[in-house]
Design a protein around this ligand. Structure first.
Ligand code: F6P
Length: 548
């Protein structure tokens, strides 16, 4: 069974949602609470140490019922089975999407193309864990006999963002190894990194699923060249490791077979941190914490797979996004983690969400006539409050937001956490309630302002409120909870893609720019640029003039 290919607008639930929206569009968020004393109970889910409150959204019981009907009419139940059972739901690349098998909590075989892949996954994991133990303990020595103290991850996109975000998020659990990520094809960046490293004690992990990516190969080549100015060729095997699906390409690059950690085609780049792409995470926090990360994701997979839609966190949050994206015409969604450890989480999700659901053609190959992938942005609270919250509170745009917070801090002995959490609670409250003209007037009066002064200031100080948010409130930032949080978003992406009738697991949209960049690279030493448009031609000529 493949995913069904129905235009969501033709579904009965969609039409009913449209009239539900027309009825609710003027309604105040605060009124929903007055009308329904059980609103919070009805619109929140508690799962393990996650408390997800979605009551501060512009929707009523009927909306939720219709959204769940929409999920059902879109064939979500069957689609979830296809996803977990390894059907080739990435139809345009003829691939399965099986990152869930990498963190499966039960030993039940996952059969793909007639073979149980769980056994292969365990083998690679064992290889990773054994390797990590050797590096962490110092048993693995560099070419001059010193232990490794610095890891450089060379990769881009999914081969960088996931591992970089998770190692940062789990900094508290980190060991002594320093870890640096090189991604951009920018000589200056590579040179700055080279300045900080000692060839005798550094391990380089070249991570590329395809092993064809320009950025990664250029950086790996530059670093290798630099390394060989210090060390003999024979030292490569002690310092260069690769993660890839392509054994041939890696060995052609000069990394020996025993230093390759394999990965499979059925893991998409942006969902690959659970595979050997997560080697830098495993090195940084150790195999035990890496296993807990996998367990957390696996637990969320079980929740997603087995809970009914009404109690299903990824399903409900995905449906809320569809509600705002397609009925309220919200173009963007903000993600605000109240944790400095999670400062890169919004950037990580930008790839996950936008590369997956930024599609304008449906599963029938026809242009869509409705909105799909929303724009994701955000930053950590409270920094975000002092940057862009003005627009969220008083701007002209509707910006649904996810607030993510942790009840217990990791470090004890300071009084910051109550302050941080007070801000976390206050912001969603302020977004919802706003501040009425009466309240502003009373406040200004109590400050001794005159009637004229109050009249002048009033419009600027009123907050209309009525701005929606979800709160994802987790007990503590542990590897388990981090794994579950990431998996939550992964499944949310999947649900949205199913409903929007698009293919979420290809990324053809990034290819054209890569092709043109290669053409232009070849043109930089050519005289004849007549085949370029006037603007690009002038830019290239300007560059050629300045660089020489
Ligand atoms: O940006 C496109 C993309 O294909 C991503 O999906 C992927 O994560 C990234 O490039 C890196 O690819 P690779 O791991 O093959 O180097």
């Amino acid at each position: 069974m493949t995913l069904i290919k129905k235009n969501p607008k033709t579904l009965d639930s969609w039409k009913k949602l449209q009239s539900n929206f027309n009825n609710l569009s003027q309604k105040k968020l605060t009124d929903y609470f007055t009308e329904d004393p059980n609103r919070l109970d009805n619109l929140s889910i508690i799962w393990k140490s996650f408390y997800v409150d979605f009551s501060k959204n512009l929707l009523d019981k009927l909306t939720l019922k219709l959204l769940i009907q929409l999920a059902k009419e879109s064939g979500l139940k069957e689609a979830i089975s296809s996803y977990f059972e390894g059907e080739k739901i990435n139809e345009t690349e003829e691939r399965a999407v099986l990152h869930t098998a990498l963190r499966q909590t039960s030993p039940t075989p996952v059969v793909f193309e007639g073979k149980d892949i769980v056994t292969d996954i365990s083998k690679v994991n064992d290889q990773m864990f054994a390797f990590a133990k050797k590096i962490i303990s110092g048993d693995w020595k560099g070419y001059t006999g010193k232990p490794i103290s610095h890891i450089i991850n060379i990769g881009i996109g999914g081969s960088d963002l996931g591992p970089a975000m998770v190692t940062e998020a789990l900094e508290f659990y980190k060991n002594h190894l320093a870890i640096t990520f090189v991604s951009n094809v920018e000589g200056d960046h590579v040179e700055e990194i080279i300045k900080q490293i000692d060839p005798e004690t550094t391990l380089f992990i070249v991570v590329s699923k395809s092993f064809t990516t320009q950025e990664t190969l250029s950086n790996a080549n530059a670093i290798r060249k630099w390394f060989l100015t210090h060390a003999p060729e024979s030292a490569i095997s002690q310092h260069f490791i690769a993660v890839s699906t392509s054994l041939e390409k890696v060995t052609a690059f000069g990394i020996s077979e025993k230093n390759i950690f394999s990965m499979n085609d059925w893991v998409g780049g942006r969902f690959s941190l659970w595979s050997s792409v997560g080697l830098s995470i495993c090195l940084s926090v150790g195999p035990d914490n890496f296993k807990k990360l996998l367990e957390g994701a696996g637990a969320m997979d079980d929740h997603f797979r087995s809970s009914n839609f009404k109690e299903n966190i990824p399903v409900i949050l995905a449906l809320i996004t569809v509600w705002y994206n397609n009925f309220w015409e919200a173009e963007t969604e903000a993600i605000i983690p109240y944790s400095q450890y999670l400062r890169s989480f919004p950037a990580y999700l930008q790839q996950g969400i936008m590369e997956s659901n930024g599609k304008g053609v449906d599963r029938n190959g026809k242009p869509v006539d409705y909105q799909t992938g929303n724009i994701i942005w955000g930053a950590s609270g409270t920094n975000a409050q002092h940057a862009f919250f003005q627009l969220m509170h008083q701007g002209t745009k509707l910006i649904p937001a996810d607030f993510i917070g942790f009840a217990k801090p990791l470090h004890e002995g300071n009084d910051h956490h109550d302050k941080l959490m007070s801000n976390f609670f206050a912001q969603t409250q302020a977004l919802m309630q706003g501040k009425s003209a009466q309240k502003v007037t009373d406040e200004l009066k109590s400050q001794g302002k005159s009637y004229a002064e109050i009249e002048k200031l009033l419009p600027f100080k009123v907050f209309e409120g009525n701005r929606p948010s979800n709160t994802i409130f987790i007990d503590q930032l542990t590897p388990f909870n981090m794994g579950a949080l990431i998996a939550l978003y992964e499944h949310r992406i999947f649900v949205q893609g199913v409903i929007w009738n698009i293919f979420s697991y290809d990324q053809w949209g990034v290819e054209l720019g890569k092709q043109l960049a290669n053409n232009i690279l070849n043109d930089l030493d050519r005289e004849n640029l007549a085949h370029h448009d006037p603007s690009t031609k002038a830019l290239i000529n300007h560059y050629k003039k300045i660089r020489t």
